[in-house]
Design a protein around this ligand. Structure first.
Ligand SMILES: [Fe+2]
Length: 358
C-alpha cells in the first residue's frame, strides 16, 4: 500500500544559519520590522505582524550561512504521522522530533526531501499575539506574513512532479514551445505560491519572501535603506514581476541570504484555477517593465543543510545551449533560474556569456 502524502496547509517558517546574530537582528528587526517572539544566546525567533504562531523565521548562529530548515504546517497532528509514513516509504531520511525541538513548535517530523532540502512538518505550535492592528509597533515595511520559499533545483521537471505528488497546485509556469519546464510556482494556501521551483545548481535556497500590505511599504523599505546608506543591500527592484503579478524587492541580509518583500499577487483557491503559462522567451515574465536583472540574482543562493547538519552537495542542471526561437529569428540565451533571455545581435541582453549560468 502506498502511503498518502501529508495534508500540507502552507509554508510556515524557515530557519537560517547566520554568522553574526547582532547583524542579523539589525537587518530583520530594525530595518525590515519583524517582531521578536523569543531570543536565546544563539537564536532569534521572529514573526510578521499578522502571524499568531510562535515564529516564521528562526535565525541561528553558526559558522557558515545556510538554510537549516523549511517548515510546512500540516492540517492536524495526525498529518505529522502521515508525513512520517510518507517519507519513510520514499526512503528519505526521516526523524521524529519531540515538542520543543524547535522552540515554539510541537511534535514534528524532519526529513531530507527527495530534492535534498531539509523540511519540517508540524501542526502544534505555541500561539502568540497577532499584531495586525498594533500600528504603533509597525516599522520597516510592516511585513504581514511569510509568503513563500524559492528554491533552485537542477531538474525542474522532477521537482514539479514531486510537489504535484504532495498535492500542490500549479499557478504559473515558464515553458518553451515544446512544453519543457523551466520554472514552476506551486501552492497549497490560496495564493500564487508556497514554493517556487527554479532551475540552477541545487539544492539551494534562492530566497524567502515576506508579504507586505501595499506597494508603498516596499518603496519605503528602499528609502530606509538609502537613508541608512545601506543601498547596496538592494539587489533587484523594486519592480513588477510578470509571473505572479507581484510587486517585488530583493534584498541581501548581512550573511548574503536573499529576502524578497512581496505584494499584489492574487487568489488561487478555486479548484479550476487556471495555470498561467509564460513563454521562456517573454522577458515580461521576470520584469513586467523590462528591467534587467543583476547577474548575482541568477548565480548566488544559500547552501542547504541535510538533517545531519552538513551541507548538501549540489548538482548542476543540464547545459542548455543557446537556441534560436522557432521561426522568429530572435536569438535566446539560457541564463539560469527562469529560463532564457531574449538576446539581440548574438549577445545576451543581460550581460551574460552565452550558455548556462550556474
Ligand atoms: Fe519570490
Amino acid at each position: 500500500m502506498t502511503a498518502r502524502p501529508p495534508d500540507i496547509i502552507r509554508s510556515a517558517f524557515v530557519e537560517l544559519v547566520v554568522t553574526d546574530l547582532d547583524a542579523a537582528r539589525w537587518f530583520y528587526v530594525d530595518v525590515l520590522g519583524l517582531l521578536v517572539t523569543a531570543e536565546q544566546p544563539d537564536a532569534l525567533y521572529l514573526r510578521a505582524f499578522e502571524e499568531y504562531l510562535h515564529h516564521s523565521l528562526v535565525l541561528r548562529r553558526g559558522d557558515t550561512p545556510a538554510l537549516a530548515r523549511m517548515g510546512y504546517r500540516v492540517r492536524g497532528p495526525g498529518e505529522v504521522d502521515a508525513a512520517q509514513r510518507y517519507y519513510s516509504r520514499l526512503g528519505a531520511p526521516v526523524h521524529r522530533v519531540p515538542p520543543g525541538a524547535t522552540r515554539g513548535i510541537g511534535a514534528a517530523v524532519r526529513v531530507q526531501d527527495p530534492l535534498g532540502f531539509p523540511v519540517e512538518f508540524f501542526y502544534d505550535a505555541e500561539h502568540v499575539e497577532r499584531c495586525t492592528q498594533h500600528y504603533h509597533l509597525h516599522r520597516g515595511n510592516a511585513p504581514t506574513r511569510l509568503d513563500h520559499f524559492n528554491v533552485m533545483v537542477p531538474d525542474v521537471e522532477a521537482a514539479h512532479a514531486y510537489y504535484a505528488g504532495l498535492g500542490f497546485g500549479v499557478s504559473e509556469t515558464i515553458e518553451d514551445d515544446e512544453q519543457n519546464l523551466y520554472a514552476a510556482w506551486m501552492f497549497r494556501k490560496p495564493t500564487v505560491h508556497d514554493i517556487a521551483l527554479t532551475g540552477g545548481d541545487g539544492p539551494r535556497l534562492h530566497h524567502i519572501a515576506f508579504a507586505t500590505g501595499e506597494r508603498a511599504q516596499v518603496l519605503h523599505t528602499c528609502d530606509v535603506l538609502g537613508a541608512l546608506h545601506e543601498e547596496a543591500r538592494i539587489e533587484r527592484g523594486p519592480g513588477r514581476h510578470g509571473v505572479s503579478n507581484a510587486f517585488y524587492l530583493y534584498l541581501r541580509d548581512p550573511d548574503g541570504h536573499r529576502i524578497e518583500i512581496y505584494t499584489s499577487d492574487y487568489y488561487t483557491g478555486d479548484p479550476d484555477n487556471p495555470t498561467v503559462r509564460w513563454n521562456v522567451t517573454d522577458n515580461r515574465r521576470r520584469s513586467f517593465w523590462g528591467h534587467e536583472v543583476a547577474p548575482s540574482w541568477y548565480t548566488e543562493a544559500s547552501t542547504v543543510l541535510g538533517t545531519d547538519g552538513t551541507p548538501v552537495p549540489t548538482t548542476p542542471p543540464p547545459v542548455r545551449e543557446a537556441e534560436r526561437a522557432g521561426g522568429t529569428g530572435v536569438e535566446v540565451v539560457a541564463v539560469g533560474a527562469d529560463g532564457f533571455s531574449v538576446a539581440t545581435g548574438g549577445g545576451c541582453s543581460e550581460g551574460f556569456e552565452l550558455g548556462h549560468q550556474t
